[in-house]
Structures are given as C-alpha cells and as structure tokens.
Design a protein around this ligand. Structure first.
Ligand code: SAM
Length: 417
C-alpha cells in the first residue's frame, strides 16, 4: 500500500527491493504496476458505485479499494479473500472505514463482468496533453494501447544470441536482444549467475549497437548506471571510462559488471559536467545517456503518466543542453558524440540535437544504419530510423513481439580539422 501511495504521488520508491521473498516481491510488483496501469479505468469504474465522485488525492481507504478491485478484476485471488484482506487493511488505518471499503468491493465483485467490458483508459488528460505537442491522436492512441500490457523482459547476451534464444525459449529480436515472455525471478534464469547476459531493454541496446568500430577506442560514457551500455561497450573491446552521479547506482553497476566479469578502465562517481570541467582528455567516442523525463519507459513505470509535467521536461532539457555543450570540446577531431534519452518528448530528443547543431557547426549527423548487423536486421530495424538519421523508437513499434520502450538516439561526428 505504501509503495502504491508513493508512486502515485510522484515519489520514487525502491521498496520493492526490500521484500526478501522472491515470490512475494514479484506479486507485489505485479499488483502495484497493474493498479497503476489500470488507474484511470478503475477510477471510472469505482466512481459508478460511490455516492460522491472520487477526489483527485485519494485517501487510504480509496487506495484499499483500488488495490482490492485490481485483485478482483485482474488477478486470480478469490473474491472473498480480496474483500476481507482490504477491509482489514482499511480498518487498521481507521476503524470506521471498513464498511465503506466492504460495500464498494462487494459491488465490484457483483458487477465484475460488466466492468471488465468497459473501455480501457490508461492516460489521464494531462498526459495526453503532454504528448500532443509531438504526436497525432492516432499515434497517442497507439502508444497508450501498447503501454497497457505488462512488458516482456529483454536481455543482451555476450555472444551466440541465436543459441541462447533457443536455450531460454525466447524470441530473438532483430538486433540480437532476446525477449522472454514469462521470465519469473531473474537470478533463477539460466546463464544469469554465470554472467552470460544482462537485462537491457531492446530500445536501449540500440544506441551502442549503432556505433561502428568500437574495439580499442577510447570511450567516455556519461550517465552510466546501472551499466547496460558499459557492458555492451566493454563486450566489444572499447576502453571505457564511465561517469555516474549516484553512489547507490554505481554500486548496482559494479555488482552487475562483476557478475559479467567485465572491467571498464575507470568508473567515476561524479557529476558529468563537473568531471568534464576538470578533465583535459579528448575521446574517440563520448556517449551521453542523459537524464530525462523517462516517458519512453511507461510500460515498466506506469506511474509516470500521473506525475510527469512540462516542468520536468524543461528541467531535464537544461541539464541535457549543458552536458552536450560541455562534452563537445572533449570529442577528438573525427570522433563521435552519441546522445540518447528514454523520452518520448522531442524537446529532449530531436529538438535538443537540432539546437546543438545550430550552435556547433563542426558537428554533423551520422545517419544511423546499423551497418554492423546483418542485412536482414538492418531492413527490419529501418522502421526505427528517421529521415534525419536518428533512431526514434515508439512503444507500438514491433507490436507483433509485444512492443518496445520509447527511445531516441543521435550520432554526431566532429569534423576533422
Ligand atoms: C538513463 S540512466 C542511464 C542508463 C545507463 N546508461 C545504462 O545503459 O544502463 C541515466 C543515469 O544518469 C545519471 N545521472 C543523472 N544526472 C547525472 C549527472 N549530472 N552526472 C552524471 N550522471 C547523472 C542517473 O543517476 C542515471 O543513473
């Protein structure tokens, strides 16, 4: 209940990690994420059975009703067990609210079939408005319906992707990622403990895959944790210096890299801009996986639709602009600046890069073609590249495989003087 309340009010919660029992953790995660994905749907359904319309800020007993209704409508929990346990929760908080919770949940049980037939709304009006600047109504409808489903798990393997896809009974994606549809507890999956693969969303893996000739290149990776791209770069033989601001996320990254038996040249815990201001080196490649509004990750973080505002986008834009600006002078002549964000907002992606290029005429776009992948893969991935030469992934791309995260990548080359 606490995690649900925190996420819904826009606060970060990592409390799932404090649940020791893996089955209990998986259940809690699925319950809270389903309730968040179905929040608008549940609000409209529950409103039919309350005497007053639900307020914007929900009370504890309302939250008990939302979670109880989620279990009744979308889980196999027996109805009586769901009703009894959420009535007991509500009573613990306030002994008078048990009756209210009981009455509404019973009505939900009685009308279960009718409720399930109602239209599934995921995006609140405010989130639709946020997307309207960049996308048509049809595109927003498609993004919404692609994000209502529980996402599969994507992994990147060190090598032999085809073989691993067979072993794990997964779907081999056009870029070599392996997609698992019913993964269960991650550490229990074959090859995890042996460090043969790491968890990395399909879209996110495309940024490093778009780079050619990485072997032995001097790479500076800014905003590195939890290390998915560090792992890719190291796996391809680059000499990587990784910079990340968060000590907690550095710790996770080090654990991940240790399991994979990868050793980047350096891992530095510092603000990227502060690091660049005191660093006198130039690099063959600088990657910036910039902090952003993360609206591309809606499938995994459904709370985002209730919490992101244009103010968040504007704040991130300023940080991204400063990182690009500061990194530019550290790219060697003829070198590459790779910029990526997991945002749907073009202000953080396409527009950010157009603005950068206007002020840095010594950089030009290197159109992304995935030339190091097979011809078949290149053809299949074409749908993700834009006329300008960027990667723009949208959640409804590859819907036949369960969709992908929203993501943006630009590759820029510095001219040789
Ligand atoms: C999108 S995540 C990076 C994901 C990572 N590149 C990967 O592939 O696994 C963005 C990261 O940037 C870090 N970050 C945010 N602001 C930063 C800053 N000013 N300097 C360095 N890192 C920063 C965040 O802590 C977060 O770990």
């Amino acid at each position: 209940m606490r995690i649900y309340q925190k996420l819904l009010s826009g606060n970060f919660s990592n409390e799932f990690d404090s649940i020791i029992d893996s089955q209990e953790k998986a259940f809690c995660k699925r319950l809270v994420l389903t309730a968040l994905r179905k929040h608008q749907f549940l609000r409209s359904a529950i409103n039919n059975y309350t005497s007053k319309s639900l307020p914007q800020k929900l009370s504890f007993s309302h939250l008990c009703i939302f979670l109880g209704a989620t279990e009744i409508l979308f889980f196999s929990t027996p109805e009586y067990a769901a009703v009894n346990s959420y009535v007991a929760f509500a009573k613990k908080d306030n002994k008078f609210s048990g009756g209210f919770v009981n009455a509404i949940l019973r009505k939900i049980c009685q009308n279960k079939d009718t409720i399930k037939q109602q239209q599934n709304i995921f995006f609140p009006k405010s989130f639709r408005q946020l997307l309207q600047k960049d996308y048509t109504k049809t595109q927003i409808d498609n993004i919404e319906s692609a994000c209502t489903q529980e996402p599969p798990l994507d992994i990147t393997v060190k090598n032999n992707a085809e073989e691993w896809a067979k072993k794990l009974e997964g779907q081999l994606m056009p870029n070599g990622s392996i997609r698992l549809f019913s993964a269960g507890n991650i550490p229990d999956i074959l090859g995890y403990e042996q460090g043969q693969w790491w968890v990395q969303d399909f879209s996110s893996s495309l940024a490093i895959q778009s780079l050619n000739n990485i072997k032995d290149k001097k790479v500076l990776e800014l905003c590195a944790a939890p290390g998915g791209k560090t792992a890719q770069l190291t796996n391809e033989g680059a000499k990587v210096t990784s910079v990340e601001i968060s000590p907690a996320r550095i710790k996770t990254m080090q654990q991940n890299l240790q399991r994979l038996n990868f050793e980047p040249e350096k891992i530095i815990c510092e603000d990227a801009i502060a690091f660049l201001q005191t660093d006198s080196s130039v690099y063959d490649i600088i990657t910036i996986d910039a902090p952003c509004s993360a609206t591309g990750t809606l499938r995994r973080h459904p709370e985002i639709v209730h919490t992101r505002t244009t103010k968040d986008i504007a704040q991130n834009q300023t940080i991204q602009k400063n990182m690009l600006e500061t990194a530019a002078s550290h790219v060697a002549d003829g070198g590459t600046l790779l910029y990526s964000v997991c945002s749907l907002s073009k202000a953080e992606g396409e527009e950010q890069i157009r603005f950068f290029l206007k002020n840095h005429q010594n950089f030009k776009i290197l159109p992304i073609t995935f030339s190091k992948l097979s011809k078949k893969s290149q053809d299949e991935l074409k749908i993700l590249t834009t006329e300008e030469g960027f990667i723009r992934c949208l959640p409804y791309h590859f819907a036949q495989f369960g969709g992908i995260d929203g993501f943006f990548v630009a590759q820029l080359q510095k001219e040789i003087l």
